[in-house]
Each structure stands twice: as structure tokens, then as C-alpha cells.
Design a protein around this ligand. Structure first.
Ligand SMILES: [Zn+2]
Length: 133
């Protein structure tokens, strides 16, 4: 059977629903699992990878993504997109020591996104910001 890929809009909505009801999710695997559980009420063939769930969460302003590491890892900076040569924006999150750590890059001109996970496995936690108010 074919897997169905949910749209970005659908994923953003579903990730928001999951976080606003749970307030905190402790890993990207768990986030993907919870998101999938909701999506499958619509269509049981939906599939979401933990990496995609995390990227979606990073794009939602109401959600704080935290890296579960105390180290601020230094990584090679890239200055432009390898595909279209537009500017690159760093994707940063805070770690447990409240330091900002780089977790990837995204292009300002195209859909290119790079994850540093390939070089450095990271654990993440996802928090619904309103829960802290
Ligand atoms: Zn680009």
C-alpha cells in the first residue's frame, strides 16, 4: 500500500494540536508518533518521519525546540545555498544550559534545508510556549 505524505499545512496544524494538548514532548520520535496517531484518524496511510516532524516544529513560533545537550557544538558554517546560492539562515535552538546551538541551515531562496544530525546525533524536546506563561 502506498504511503501518503501529509501537506505542510496539515502537519503544522497537527503538530500544534499535539503540543498544545500535551505541552511537552520529549523526543522527535515521540512527536512523530503522536502526530501520526492524529493524522491516521483522517487517513491510515499517512507517514511522517521524526526528522520531518522536528523540522515542522522548528518552523512554528508557538513551539520551543530544545536540544538535550549541554554542549554548544561548533560546526562548519556555510555561507550560501548549495542549490541556488541564496543566503542561508541558521536554525538554532537552546540547549539545557540555555545556550543557543546550531542544529541546521535553511535557504532563504528555495526549499533547501540541511540538518546537522548526520554529523551529530541530537536529542530534542518540544515545548508549547504558552504553558510557561
Ligand atoms: Zn537555495
Amino acid at each position: 500500500m502506498d504511503k501518503k505524505i501529509p501537506s505542510k499545512e496539515n502537519l503544522i496544524e497537527t503538530v500544534k494540536q499535539v503540543l498544545s494538548s500535551r505541552l511537552k514532548v520529549n523526543s522527535q520520535e515521540e512527536l512523530a508518533r503522536l502526530v501520526l496517531k492524529r493524522l491516521r484518524r483522517e487517513n491510515k496511510d499517512y507517514a511522517v518521519s521524526p526528522l520531518r516532524a522536528k523540522r515542522i516544529a522548528l518552523s512554528i513560533p508557538e513551539i520551543e525546540v530544545k536540544a538535550k545537550t549541554r554542549k554548544a557544538v561548533k560546526l562548519q558554517k556555510i555561507s550560501d545555498c548549495p542549490i541556488c546560492h541564496s543566503g542561508i539562515e541558521p536554525l538554532e535552538v537552546k540547549n539545557l544550559a540555555e545556550k543557543r546551538v546550531l542544529v541546521g541551515y535553511q535557504c532563504t531562496g528555495c526549499a533547501y534545508q540541511s540538518d546537522l544530525e548526520a554529523f551529530m546525533p541530537m536529542k530534542y524536546a518540544f515545548l508549547w510556549k504558552e504553558a510557561k506563561l
